[in-house]
Each structure stands twice: as C-alpha cells, then as structure tokens.
Design a protein around this ligand. Structure first.
Ligand code: XMP
Length: 319
C-alpha cells in the first residue's frame, strides 16, 4: 500500500526531527496501537527507545507472557517488564466509581513511568499510541462543548507532570489505518488482528469493587468466550469481545446443590473505529454453547447474559 509506505517514511522523518538524540520511553500495552507505535519509533531511532510494559494485574489470561515474548523474540527491542500488580490492585481496593478507577490507574501509570524514565539517562520523551478517535473522544463530543465521556488514561495531562514531551506518531490515524501500518512494518498478523484492549484493562470490565478473586473468575470466563469465538471462526468479524463480571450474585442449581455465584455478561461488537458500534448477532446455538461452557468450566459463575446494547447509547466497555 503506497499510502502507508509514504506515511511510514514521513512519520520516521518526523520522529527523528522531533526527538534528536534524546531518549524516548514508550508504554507498551500489548494492544495494536502501542505495538505499532513502538515498532515505528524503534525503526526511526533504534536504541534511543526503551519500552515499558506494565503488568497492572488487570491483564487477560496469558497476556503478559505473550507480549513480552513477542517483543523479545521478534524484535530486538529494549523492554522493561514492570510487575506492578500489587501497586495497582492495592490502590484499587474498595474503589467502585468508574472515573475514580480510571484516575487511580492513570495516576499509577504516571508514577511507574516516572520511575523508569528517571532511571534512563537523557529520557525526554514519552511515546504513546494515541489514535485520532482517542483524541476527539477525550476532547469534545459531536463538535459540542468540551465534555469528557471517559478519562482515557493515555490521553493528555500525562507528560507535563512528568517533564516529558509527547511523541504520538499515530495521532492522525484510525484503527484500520494503524493495522495497515502494522502490516507495512511487518508485525505478525496474529498481533495486528488482535481486538483492542483498553489501558485500564479488566478494571472497567468488573463494575463495582475489584477483588483479586473476581479478576480470576473474569479472566477464566473471558478466555472461554474468546476460545469459543475463535473455534467458530468469528474472531476477525468482531471488533472487540469480552466478558464483564457483574457485581451481583445469583442463585442457581448444579447437580443436587444450590449455587450462589456471580452473573456475567458477554459483550461483542462490530465497529469501524470504536466511536459507534453494533452488538454482534451471534446465533442462539453459539450463545447457549458458550453459556454452558462458561458455567461448567469457570467456578464462580452460574449465570451468563448477552449484552445487546449498541453504541450509542451504550459504550463498548461497561465503565
Ligand atoms: P468505549 O467504552 O468508550 O470504548 O465505547 C471505545 C474504545 O476505546 C477503548 N477504551 C480505552 N482504550 N484507554 C484505552 O487505551 C482507555 O482508557 C479506554 N477506555 C475505552 C475500548 O476498549 C473501545 O475499544
């Protein structure tokens, strides 16, 4: 694709111009955006870039290993794997307000990055995989007055406090363009095709108070749902799919016993850019089979619902 080839060249030129011989740190989330940003910046400035992957304890099953393996095996990219599970989960204890969750997570991300930036001599820039929809959703809505729908932790405010300048090479791109750029840069297709995953991670898929026990249940249920979607060959037709664990327990019956476990909601949507979305029209057999598997395979869940809200009026995430 000639457009992406020339975008790549221009972007590399701009990054070199902006950064000079300073050092850059880049937060890797494991998502497509930050991965593409990291690879692009690495191509531009090589070892001046250090990536930081923060495990905040809110990742999906196996995610930390996948990301670290991929970047260490496929790229010779300096990567710090920061295990900050206790830091984040302790701070989130008892927090149930969605904005407070986001702000807590955002603040801790800053602290962790600050710590690593301080340890890198000459670090002057922070790189982020911010996309165009992130920019507009955070700044204004429908051209109206400035209204924040949700505090995306990865937009705005961050670098001033840190004394770092921002490098955001994807700021003018939409998701499909980022994927095209990722292909252009030779990222593995399995990575490029991955569904988006929000910075605050499972925190915003666990409405109400977050506990380690609930996160375990959520991770297990989410893995079954994604496995179902892959087995049925639906993964690439869906923009994003996940499970939310609900802050309510319900009565069920299993064998000859009564159960009193959590209910969960499946969420799957189609979208072009995440700004609007339609719920995915699974057939009933798929939904029934998935519910049965989750209840049989995931201790702690005894009821499964399917979220059929589109965006608007819903958002994709539950918080
Ligand atoms: P919503 O829930 O606002 O989500 O409809 C739209 C898209 O944005 C993702 N999302 C985030 N991504 N940091 C991110 O990097 C965030 O704080 C954040 N909040 C939502 C969401 O997963 C969906 O793809």
């Amino acid at each position: 694709d000639w457009t992406m080839a020339s975008f790549r060249e221009d972007a590399i030129e701009k990054i070199r111009e902006q950064v000079g011989d300073a050092k850059v740190i880049c937060g890797l989330s494991g998502g497509v955006d930050s991965s593409v940003a990291a690879v692009l910046i690495h191509e531009a400035i090589g070892d001046q870039l250090t990536c930081v992957f923060v495990d905040h304890g809110l990742l999906r099953a196996g995610e930390a290993e996948q990301v670290v393996t991929m970047f260490r095996e496929h790229y010779n990219l300096p990567l710090i794997h920061a295990d900050e599970v206790d830091l984040f989960l302790d701070a989130l204890e008892g927090v149930s307000d969605p904005e407070e969750k986001r702000k807590t997570i955002g603040r801790l991300f800053i602290d962790v990055f600050q710590k690593h930036a301080d340890s890198i001599e000459g670090a002057a820039f922070l790189a982020q995989g911010t996309l165009y929809p992130d920019v507009i959703e955070s700044v204004s809505f429908s051209g109206g007055p400035s209204v924040t729908i949700k505090s995306h932790h990865n937009v705005g405010g961050l670098p001033e406090k840190m004394g770092l300048k921002l490098v955001e090479p994807l700021r003018e791109l939409f998701k499909d363009e980022v994927r095209a750029l990722g292909r252009e840069l030779g990222l593995p297709e399995t990575f490029i095709g991955r569904h988006p995953f929000p910075g605050p991670g499972l925190a915003i898929r666990c409405p109400g108070a977050i506990t380690r026990a609930k996160l375990e249940i959520l991770r297990a249920a989410d893995a079954v749902f994604i496995d179902q979607i892959r087995r049925h060959g639906l993964y690439d037709d869906i923009w994003q799919a996940f499970v939310a664990i609900l802050p309510v327990r319900t009565v069920g019956v299993m064998g000859d016993g009564r159960t009193y476990d959590y209910a969960c909601a499946l969420r799957a949507v189609t979208s072009v850019d995440g700004m609007t979305a339609d719920y995915y029209p699974f057939d009933h057999d798929f939904l029934g089979e998935t519910a049965t598997r989750i209840i049989n395979e995931v201790p702690g869940i005894n009821r499964v619902t399917y979220d059929i809200t589109s965006k608007p009026p819903g958002t994709i995430e539950w918080e």
